[in-house]
Design a protein around this ligand. Structure first.
Ligand code: GUN
Length: 304
């Protein structure tokens, strides 16, 4: 049986460090770091994320400022708000919640955020610094995954890592961070030929594709470490019966509640093959917010 990598416990450790950093600033007579979150429209999942972010800010003493805009907001209005937040010396970090409603250009918005306040690490300047291996604000999810792996003492040097997924938010930056730590990295994706064989080569498999239960136990090299970044809501019973064959409790929840959260990896199957696995929920999810607040503290520090 594999070890469960407890993301919630690691997020708590990261948040405690942020809380201490905030206290230290206050002891030096500086104001609390401030994070501005821009939420456009009424995507229910985004509202949940934003609520969770606000609660985490309160827990560590970071000031959270929310700006809610209607779904039919024009690009110029969003751009003007970003300009105002860039110019506001009381704001250290700016996060524009994704996805943006149809009609808004997310790249234009993200590129407009000052790189010094870009706590998501999505601005081309920060992406370029990451590519060069230089310090900058880095994407929260991969940064927090690296922190989790370091905490568990995984030696990445020389390791064969496969990152499944090539998003700007997780896949690409995760691959760069693993490369920086001297892993041999393959980025695999939906067009990769013979995905199971590629995954089976991985000593470290990071799944970030948003496809429930895609990765089967037979895709995992015995003894591998598996990091599951996917957070998927499954409502389809036929799908659930297929992907939860080795995880009867998930299937029970699906039947009882009509929906259940799961990752990109079939957790029950992975537990029988891997040496360590992150669960969903309670794995990578809580780490992302911890990474965001760590970035906010860093951005505040850079401003003083
Ligand atoms: N929506 C889902 N994940 C994220 C994230 O990491 N950052 C932002 N800005 N929006 C998201």
């Amino acid at each position: 049986m594999a070890t469960i990598l407890d993301g919630k416990a690691h997020a708590d450790r990261m948040l405690e460090l942020v809380r201490l950093g905030v206290e230290d600033r206050k002891a030096r007579g500086l104001r609390a770091p401030a994070l501005a979150v821009v939420l456009v429209g009424d995507d229910p999942a985004s509202h949940v994320y934003v609520r969770n972010k606000a609660a985490a800010c309160a827990r560590v003493g970071i000031t959270s400022i929310e700006h809610r805009l209607a779904a039919d907001t024009h690009q110029e209005v969003l751009d003007t708000l970003i300009d105002q937040l860039n110019a506001d010396s009381e704001v250290d970090g700016i996060l524009v919640q994704l996805p943006l409603p149809k009609g808004l250009d997310s790249k234009e918005a993200l590129h407009r955020i000052s790189p010094a306040k870009d706590v998501d690490g999505f601005h081309p300047m920060n992406q370029g610094l990451l590519l060069e291996g230089l310090p900058g604000l880095r994407p929260c999810t991969p940064t927090a995954c690296m922190s989790l792996l370091a905490h568990h003492g995984l030696q990445l040097k020389g390791l064969r890592a496969v990152v499944l997924g090539r998003s700007e938010i997780v896949g690409k930056p995760m691959a760069l961070m693993l490369l920086e730590q001297h892993a041999t990295v393959t980025i695999a994706h939906s067009r990769t030929q013979d995905l199971p064989s590629v995954c089976r080569e991985a000593d470290l498999l990071v799944a970030a594709v948003g496809r429930p239960g895609l990765v089967e136990g037979s895709w995992i090299k015995p003894g591998a470490v598996v990091v599951d970044v996917g957070i998927n809501r499954v409502e389809d019973l036929a799908l659930g019966e297929r992907i939860f064959a080795a995880e009867p409790r998930k299937l029970e929840v699906l039947k009882a509640k009509g929906a259940v959260l799961c990752g990109d990896v079939r957790f029950g199957e992975a537990m029988q093959v891997a040496s360590a696995v992150t669960p969903v929920p309670g794995g990578v999810g809580p780490l992302t917010i911890a990474g965001l607040l760590a970035n906010t503290l860093t951005a505040a520090g850079a401003g003083r």
